[in-house]
Design a protein around this ligand. Sequence first.
Ligand code: MSP
Length: 655
Amino acid sequence: MEGVLISKFFVTSPIYYVNDIPHIGHAYTTIIVDTLARFHRLKGDCVFCLTGTDEHGQKIEQSAHKKGQEPKVYVDMIAKRFKDLWDTFGISYDSFIRTTDSTHLQSAQYVFAQMFEKGDIYKGEYEGNYCISCESFFAKSQLVGERGCPDCGKETTLLKEESYFFKLSAYEKKLLEFYDAHPDFILPKSRRNEVINFVKAGLEDLSITRTTFEWGIKLPQILIDKDKNNAKHVMYVWLDALINYVSALGFHNDLPNKMEFWPANYHIVGKDILRFHAIYWPAFLMSLELPLPRHIAAHGWWTKDGAKMSKSIGNVVNPKEVVDAYGLDSFRYFVLREVPFGQDGDYSQNALIERINSDLGNDLGNLLNRLLGMSAKYFNNTLSVDEVCFKESYTEEIAEVNAILGTLESYMDEVQINRYLEELWKLFSLGNGIIAKKEPWSLMKANQSGAVAELLVFIANVLLRAALYLSPCMPSTANAIASVFGLEVNAQNFATFIVQNQFLTTITLNPIPALFPRIDEKRMEEAGVAVKAESQHKEQWQPLEIPNAISKEDFSKMDIRIGTILSAEILPKSEKLLKLQVDLGEVRARQILAGIKTYYNPQELVGMQVCVLANLKPAKLMGEVSEGMILAAKDGTGLALIAPQKQKINGSQIS
Ligand code: MSP
């Protein structure tokens, strides 16, 4: 297309660990990525959409061994599950990368050699804590209690081994300058400070090789040739994984070179892996002298009934089951619309049904049904109006539609897809509202069929525009709506009806069945799926005998809060008690006596966050006042204070 500037657009999902089956969290990330890719294809951009699987590391090696399989056999099986699921969901990826691809290995080894050459990698010894579940290193000061991982709470392992290090600390200043110059690098912007503060607190060099297991990418041959000892090192899984974003583009490997797509427009990630993408990855890229991605957009987490999803609790939402029960587009709409981007959201079947019945059925489905119903009844499915008169009659309404459409692109750019949909939905309110206002049935009675034809043509044009903009989020629904007007959703029609703002004025409508029939209990029972899914749960569920059960009201009488221990001292007269000053975010600190002397040294307590029963009546012990109770758990191995899994503001209430 001569004279037309085609933009390149590169969007990526994280590559998924293959130690688990895909769940709603994975589906959420992938659907966001797919939505962005589709939006840009619609605009006529040249898009490269990347997803894949992260297949190395100790966690995966362990999962394979638990199943009694060789890692490669195991990862082949699980990677296929991800790929199959995305194919069933119609995810429009252009490449599915696996970190066990030989081309990825070529790029990873090139990157390592390049950074080494540059002087950014040196050999040392790593001593510290490693969380296998998060594949992450932590300083002692970051741990929760003795060994707890600050991200997932699982116990970390103490490591001491020879390791290569990446000079992350050398990039501290450059990173801060970059964040400063690119205020929208991290999305949503509310997450920016979290990253900046982390960097400002000081970056330690990053251990980037491991020697105690084998399932990873070996160092480049030139380093092994230099020193045979290097053969025992494998690359740290996060270095290996992040490189996928360029290895998929053929960066120094045998794939066709597509580096013209670099830098990525968006890396879509969950909030838990923002640090890796917004700190480590940019530093690696700086070392490689490659441009940095334009945006790292971090979404929140899906929970089920307020709890983190986990296999052991058995509350993992399987996206395939939801899609089988309610349809792919309804599921896509729900996850994209229900939670503001960046915030956590709770998955509930009721909320999903409510969205389907209300937004999809009442607003969207109803408008289309009314158009189809009236066009058939009054005009035998063929509408025709004079363009000039029509535009004159609907000047205001057309301006209103254009104003709504004009807001959409910036929401998509900020990955605020919930706001995008919210805004788009104003078109359906506008359409339904104008039908109610104009009462076409009365106009027909008054022999004003011309006015009714104009109204229906207006509604048709609104629905066509809505379908085009809806297509990135709900591709099949959008196509179904467009098919009513004998059209397809594609870049050409986007250019015609959105960019050039052309109108259909002679329309033959092709009726389609109702898009979102109401979901009621009867229909659910007929469909069997959703009800079954819930009742299966019920059948397995046996009420437990709970001794001394209390009500929620009883619990709410307890005011339990987070506090930070400011000081701790021994009470000379007491064998058990320590005297603590605890900051609960009040005007002054509380003095609390705790019977923990046998288990903790006063020094190690200072700075620790704990849970405090704050409305316990003050009491005097050994002549000293105690204004609360610190919560702890005790078993045969000793006592441990209860700490929040992540740092919380002092005074935060526990519920
Ligand atoms: N392998 C790394 C990513 C490497 S990218 C270079 C990884 N994999 S993961 O499978 O554990 O997670 C992949 C993505 O799924 C992350 O963005 C994570 O935030 C997301 N989710 C996993 N569970 C989730 C929820 N319950 N809710 C929403 N998303 C969550 O991390």
